[in-house]
Ligand binder design. Sequence first.
Ligand code: MG
Ligand code: MG
Length: 251
Amino acid sequence: GKCRFVLFESGMHDTMQARMELEMDLRDALGNDEFFLAYQPIVDLSDMSPNGVEALIRWRHPVRGVVQPDDFIPMLEETGLITDIGRWVLQQACAQGAAWRAAGYEIGLAVNVSGRQLDSDQILTDVQSALSASGLEASALTIEITETALMRNIEETARRLLLLKELGVRIAIDDFGTGYSSLAHLQRFPVDALKIDRSFITGLADNAEGETLIHTLVQLGKSLSIETFAEGIEQQHELSLLRGGGCDSGQ
Ligand code: MG
Ligand code: MG
């Protein structure tokens, strides 16, 4: 009508439907106890001793089985559900970390915090209460924030990170090297560690440039007195190059 036409593709409807179902399922998931944490070990590359773990969220969907984070985290962020679920992650991870440390394992614990969580001072309360409820020493907890999340709102984020730092926790920049350069801002944030994104590690042996890049990132860390972590090490030769290059820790 009115000299125009509109196309409808059934695929659009299906996509919309799938998104709505995902959102509804996610709204129930926390109450139904469907989330769980997987812990990926972190080793000290100088002697290969385990020195920590990173807590990674998984979702055990009643019908679809275990859903990977890439398939539901963006929706948690869009809907704001990440605030409640992020708080749950902090509580669970700190409790597990405290239990391991009480059992004699001197390991650190890394928890991912999304940019959305850093939009409010609530994160300070959440971290503080997770620490006090679990009894975990603040220095054993590392908060990981992606480079992209840091750049969302530099002033506010820098202020909140300083307040987090005052609680005694450590701060790591996650997926380092993939976001828009935070090099100019690195000194403004109280950063303890850089986690070099796995895309730099994968296929490290196949090109000399990759090795140069890693070397540069590790040196950057050293000159700023920031620890470096390499993520996603899968091959022996990747490990050898990283150990030889002086990277501090690996996952
Ligand atoms: Mg991480
Ligand atoms: Mg990462």
